[in-house]
Design a protein around this ligand. Structure first.
Ligand SMILES: Cc1cc2nc3c(=O)[nH]c(=O)nc-3n(C[C@H](O)[C@H](O)[C@H](O)COP(=O)(O)O)c2cc1C
Length: 390
């Protein structure tokens, strides 16, 4: 794929913001914190969404939630994802965001397939209740628009193949005044299994006038160009593909600018990236901690989950991998990284391969009577989680 085969590439417009390249780091709970986003931003342009924040926790001024809303001084636009199920609570949360100038863009999460969320009618279950969905998005846009803060929605295709919602929900979101709609080309029942349906993304693009963002299975920069060519989308959303590979954003910038170079870092270069990532997490946790020693340990603990992704495909022994995944300090990390062979070339077998979650399809748990009552717009009981990032 070359840039010349890709239809007119333009900056992605989200309200007053122009984003080039048209690349979005997908919100990922437990991953896309301020440290990880800085690491990715150091590689290339785009918009980098923070971890999901629940509207209930924000309205209740939960201290952990407030700490999670952290952005770099140079991070623009500051992009925040909210999860909510109650139009009034969502509007109140959005008002807090705009009144306290906490973010420049708000994304609403309607894609979460986790049973504890869908069984209460939240996340990927909610667009099925079309009137509630429309009320919720309208309430968020009404609260954000006086401050000029664009609202977007991120959703899945539907609950399962027999209960698809994406075109209707996309049109409703457009009607409500969103700046863009992102579609992950899977149903909730698929979770992260199989392959994302890019044809569905093309269908949504055809149906809407507002920008459409395509999400699902972009593992390499050239996959992003392929998605644009296949679907005509206005931008791409990158989730698992950048886990242990933040340089994917450099490749994406090159690809969207029509340049052929793609990064294939040696193990030595990967080790430097790992060190930078850990250091940024430590900075983040030290900034948020009363006790700096504790901050270093917490930052290192947060880094552990990334180790296997960085080393995927490299010939590194099990014991060294295990030790790296148990670090408690940067000094320990340096010592262990020093044991890696810096000249080891990047494993081509790891290119284009799924990484992160790839679980099997599963039953979608829903509240009783959910599927039989599309037009009921009662706010589901207890579906507003009061903690964030789950
Ligand atoms: C660890 C993890 C956490 C995620 N957390 C969120 C989230 O909080 N909000 C959301 O909208 N999507 C979340 N997602 C879904 C991603 O944003 C994205 O839609 C999905 O991974 C598909 O894109 P991909 O194929 O590029 O990974 C999460 C995905 C993963 C793997």
């Amino acid at each position: 794929m070359t840039a010349s085969t890709v239809p007119a590439l333009r900056p992605l417009t989200l309200g007053p913001h122009q984003v080039w390249p048209p690349v979005v780091l997908a919100p990922m709970a437990g991953i896309t914190n301020v440290g990880f986003r800085r690491l990715c931003r150091e590689q290339g342009g785009g918009i980098y969404v923070c971890e999901m924040i629940t509207t209930r926790a924000l309205v209740e001024r939960n201290p952990k939630t407030l700490r999670m809303i952290a952005f770099g001084d140079d991070e623009r636009p500051r992009s925040l994802q909210l999860y909510g199920t109650d139009p009034e609570v969502t509007a109140a949360a959005v008002r807090i965001v705009v009144e306290r100038n906490l973010a420049d863009h708000i994304d609403l999460n309607f894609g979460c397939p986790v049973p504890k969320v869908t069984r209460r009618g939240g996340g990927a279950a909610l667009p099925w209740r079309r009137r509630l969905f429309a009320r919720l998005v309208t309430a968020a846009v009404a609260a954000a628009s006086p401050a000029g803060v664009p609202v977007t929605v991120k959703m899945r295709k539907g609950i399962d193949d027999d209960h698809l919602t994406y075109v209707e929900a996309g049109l409703a979101a457009q009607e409500a005044g969103v700046a863009a709609v992102a579609l992950h080309g899977r149903t909730a029942a698929q979770r992260y299994s199989g392959t994302a349906d890019w044809d569905a993304i093309a269908t949504l693009k055809q149906a809407l006038d507002v920008p459409v963002l395509g999400n699902g299975d972009i593992w390499e920069a050239d996959d992003a160009l392929r998605m644009v060519a296949h679907t005509g989308v206005d931008g791409v959303v990158i989730g698992r593909g950048c886990l242990g590979r933040p340089w994917l954003f450099a490749d994406l910038e090159a690809a969207f600018n029509g340049r052929p170079e793609r990064r294939m870092p040696t193990l030595g270069e990967v080790a430097l990236t790992m060190r930078r990532h850990a250091e940024l997490l430590v900075d983040q946790f030290v900034a948020g901690a009363r006790n700096p020693t504790r901050g270093e340990r917490d930052g290192c603990t947060d880094f552990r989950k990334h180790v296997a992704w960085y080393l995927k495909g490299f010939p590194v022994g099990g014991e060294l991998r295990r030790s790296l995944a148990m670090i408690e300090s940067l000094a320990q990390l340096d010592d262990l990284l020093g044991k890696l062979d810096p000249a080891e070339p990047f494993p081509v077998t790891a290119l284009g391969q799924p990484r992160g979650r790839t679980n099997s399809p599963g039953k979608v748990f829903l509240p009783d009577g959910w599927l039989a009552s599309r037009d009921d717009d009662t706010v589901p009981e207890g579906a507003e989680m009061d903690d964030s990032g789950g």
